[in-house]
Design a protein around this ligand. Sequence first.
Ligand SMILES: Nc1ncnc2c1ncn2[C@@H]1O[C@H](COP(=O)(O)OP(=O)(O)OP(=O)(O)O)[C@@H](O)[C@H]1O
Ligand SMILES: [Mg+2]
Length: 167
Amino acid sequence: MAIKIPCLHLTHLHDTEKLGVALGSISKKGDCICLNGNLGTGKTTLTQAIALGLKVPPQCYVTSPSFAVMHEYIGKIPLYHMDFYRLNDSNDILGLGLEEYFYLDGLTVIEWAERATDILPDDRVTIEINLKSDETRAVRFITENDDLAKRYKKVLLNFAISDQPKS
Ligand SMILES: Nc1ncnc2c1ncn2[C@@H]1O[C@H](COP(=O)(O)OP(=O)(O)OP(=O)(O)O)[C@@H](O)[C@H]1O
Ligand SMILES: [Mg+2]
């Protein structure tokens, strides 16, 4: 049975940044993070912070790879940042050979991963970001992989987010 991972409510931008840094720092070779959420919910923002947590040099600014579909960054381990927004389905991803990166020695982070659920690795964590009317982000974590679930649960249980009201 899947291990339950606590949900989070991110009130401020720096909560998202703190979450990303924490997730980047516990990421291991072969991990895959799938980011789902509407336009502007913070998928690229979270990926930028994950890169910081992976020690990608700050001068290598992480931007959305919408046109290139994939950007690679060198950190503690490689970061493969993909964005499937402009792709139709898994055939496009297979045509570009992107699925090979899932099984290399790095962390894959995919925006709009729901475009191609049929070819995503089984050992992945899906992060769903939901933008609420007050601009806070409700974040849900879903994984069937016990190792990922344990690592995430540990980091999230100790994750103190801002309790200050939004200014
Ligand atoms: N708590 C928050 N978390 C994340 N982003 C926030 C937050 N509060 C405000 N923002 C702002 O919301 C915007 C999110 O943009 P971002 O490009 O990260 O979204 P995205 O989900 O990648 O969009 P797209 O689907 O177009 O790729 C940024 O301008 C960011 O500064
Ligand atoms: Mg984006």
